[in-house]
Design a protein around this ligand. Structure first.
Ligand code: SF4
Length: 368
């Protein structure tokens, strides 16, 4: 392995063993784990992460059904096909009644959580979102996860009061220069402030980041892992960068799936009981890698319930619409795969076992 804390296989085993206990990995140790190239050592990392997963979140795999209900976005992230300057994309909004119907159908198929995801679309005012959340909470027993981007504190508070349980907001990159270059007009500090608000409001809060961004180093990735630990993220989504031809980063190579898998394993070691999905983006680059993620620390599968007539235009990266369609159709195949690993589909809501509300939605706050 690379230079640094671990200089031998035995050193690696010792460090992984300590990390399974109470030892918090240092930045240097994280860098070394991410830089592993020897296949036996990488396997040792996966085995350790899988053990931590079993010990802290058990064998259950939870299904979170995603509805990508709007492809409109006011932002212009350089890596994303939904960016506002991409005029070659058909934009859509799924009617509210259809969103609620889709939530009902995913409950019938065994999902216990609905993830409502969109670009940052001001059409969905506070009142409109609250009405959708309230209907889903009233008509199903699903946990509701939101993934709507940056909103005001009062919006987040109103959504929580309407029944939203969780919120996903990836920080994308903990490197300030990288973040600033990728997300014009936005700052990492604003992103982190939103994540802190969400925690204050009692949401189970998810973050995450991309692997393989142009200019990103292994040290940058270690900082991503450390930020996840500092944020106390309850859910962590990690996917490869995938170039989209209609974006300024269209000519850059995609992220390395093996580095994504190592990052998943390290995040499992560091967070212990966080919920970690095998992301759709991983499946776009390599279907088998998505399955391998379940041996490297992942415990959540997120089938996409966006109807194909819309999903083909939710093209954050190329191929996403196709996998979305495939993912829904292959839910049964994934069940068989989980069963072959001896991993049952979770029946409850699948919240983070150690989750403790950090605040209350009734607290007053004047900012935002
Ligand atoms: S990454 Fe999110 S905020 Fe950025 S352009 Fe894409 S949908 Fe919009």
């Amino acid at each position: 392995m690379g230079n640094g804390t671990c200089t031998s296989r035995q050193g690696l085993e010792n460090m992984l063993s300590r990390a399974q206990g109470s030892h918090d990995l240092t930045r240097g140790e994280i860098v070394n784990l991410l830089a592993l190239t020897d296949s036996c050592e990488v396997e040792a990392l996966y085995v350790a992460a899988d053990r931590v997963r079993r010990e802290h979140v058990g064998d259950d795999i939870f299904l979170r059904g995603i509805i990508e209900f709007s492809s409109h976005c006011r932002n212009n992230c350089l890596y994303c096909g939904l960016r506002r300057d991409n005029t070659g994309l058909e934009r859509y909004r799924i009617p509210d009644d259809e969103i609620v119907d889709l939530a009902r159908s995913m409950e019938r198929e065994g999902c216990t959580t609905v993830v409502l995801q969109s670009g940052e679309d001001p059409f969905y005012t506070r009142d409109r979102m609250c009405a959708i959340i309230s209907r889903i909470k009233g008509e199903t027993s699903l946990a509701v996860t939101l993934s709507l981007g940056e909103r005001t504190f009062e919006d987040y508070r109103a959504f929580r009061l309407s029944g939203a349980d969780r919120y996903l907001l990836r920080h994308e990159s903990a490197s300030r220069p990288l973040y600033a270059s990728l997300c014009p007009g936005r700052t990492l500090d604003d992103r982190i402030r939103c994540l802190e608000w969400l925690r204050e409001l009692g949401y189970e809060t998810g973050s995450g980041f991309m692997v393989g961004l142009p200019g990103q180093t292994v040290e940058d990735l270690a900082d991503d892992v450390i930020l996840i630990r500092e944020l106390g993220a309850d859910m962590v989504g990690i996917g490869p960068f995938i170039p989209h031809a209609q974006t300024p980063l269209g000519a850059h190579p995609a992220g390395d799936v093996n580095l994504v898998l190592k990052t998943v394993a390290v995040v499992r070691m560091v967070t212990r009981d966080a919920n970690i999905p095998a992301t759709t983006a991983l499946g776009v680059l390599d279907k088998q890698s998505r399955k391998r993620a379940f041996h490297a620390g992942a415990n959540v599968y997120m089938p996409v319930f966006t109807p194909q007539s819309y999903a083909k235009d939710y093209e954050i990266y190329p191929g996403k619409g196709l996998v979305s369609s495939d993912a829904r159709k292959s839910l049964d195949a994934y069940r068989e795969f989980f069963s072959s690993m001896g991993r049952p589909v979770g029946r409850g809501k699948g919240g983070r076992p150690g989750f403790q509300e950090k605040g209350t939605v009734c607290e007053k706050k004047t900012v935002g």
